[in-house]
Ligand binder design. Structure first.
Ligand SMILES: Nc1ncnc2c1ncn2[C@@H]1O[C@H](COP(=O)(O)OP(=O)(O)OP(=O)(O)O)[C@@H](O)[C@H]1O
Ligand SMILES: [Mg+2]
Length: 268
């Protein structure tokens, strides 16, 4: 096994360490041309680990995340296990944030954040407590009664994260949640996401196109090939935690990881 790689598939789940285990996952979309999006994807993520996935556009990253989330099924022969369950449908333990946000425009920020918990009929007191705890973490207290169109892009993405965190998922699947934001807002949200994760220690898979975002946040970075996507590299990011934008990004090792991943992605 390569350095940094961990046991995959059934072995990792049986060892009780893997929160997510993906083995032999392939996906062909049954369109007229028959698009082969993924081929032989194998990896696992131990509980509480933060893993990012980098790969060229169209290589199957969102498809892979949707399969892990139980939103679509892999081709026969592939297996996905999440928190020891075969992942054939969506679960409240798994929160997914997509490339574009999913808020109801006619509801306030607070109502949007409450929504999932209300749909699941959680007790009102619990929902109140969760929302009161979340709003300051997301820095949205002053905007709780505003509507989505009255927010900045960064606030909207924070609210979208709140819509998921209200269910207290053990696994967070993030598909370029900050992709549409300017660099500064994105850096700020990275710091907030890191703070959140340091408090709650969910198992995270983050899809991103930003090499520095992946290095700054992650314990491991997986690199995917061109379509049909496979995991071609699994790099452990051995930077000390807690991480801080100033000290972490100035460390020589941070720069080395960025250069190494840049080579692998062919962007230098
Ligand atoms: N529902 C679908 N039906 C048919 N083809 C699909 C479907 N979803 C994705 N594809 C195809 O699968 C391939 C991978 O798409 P996917 O969205 O997973 O890529 P991606 O790596 O997330 O790209 P990006 O970085 O641009 O978001 C593409 O060729 C796409 O056209
Ligand atoms: Mg995508």
């Amino acid at each position: 096994m390569k350095p940094g790689a961990v046991a995959t598939g059934e072995a990792a789940v049986q060892a009780g360490v893997a929160a997510i285990s993906v083995s032999k996952v392939a996906k062909t979309f049954d369109t007229r041309q028959g698009v082969r999006a993924l081929e032989q994807v194998d990896f696992s993520v131990p509980r509480g680990e933060f893993v990012s996935i980098l790969g060229p556009s169209g290589c199957g990253k969102s498809t892979l995340l949707r399969i892990v989330a139980g939103l679509i099924q892999p081709d026969a022969g592939g297996d996905v296990r999440v928190l020891d369950h075969s992942q054939t449908r969506m679960s409240d333990d798994v929160g997914v944030v997509f490339q574009t946000h999913n808020m109801l425009p006619w509801e306030t920020v607070e109502a949007n954040i409450r929504l999932a918990a209300e749909v699941r009929k959680l007790p009102r007191k619990d929902i109140d407590e969760r929302v009161e705890a979340l709003l300051p973490i997301l820095k949205l207290e002053k905007f709780r009664r505003n509507y989505p169109h009255e927010l900045s892009g960064g606030m909207r993405q924070r609210a979208a994260l709140g819509q998921i965190l209200v269910m207290r998922p053990k696994v967070l699947l993030l598909d370029e949640p900050f992709g549409a934001l300017d660099a500064l807002t994105r850096d700020q949200l990275n710091v907030e996401l890191l703070r959140l994760w340091q408090e709650m220690r969910q198992t995270v898979i983050l899809i991103t196109h930003s090499i520095s975002e992946a290095v700054f946040l992650s314990d491991r970075v997986l690199v995917m090939s061109e379509r049909p996507g496979r995991v071609i590299e699994d790099i452990r990011i051995d930077l000390p935690r807690p991480r801080d934008p100033r000290t972490t990004k100035e460390a020589a090792a941070f720069g080395h990881y960025v250069v190494q991943l840049g080579h692998l992605m062919g962007v230098d």
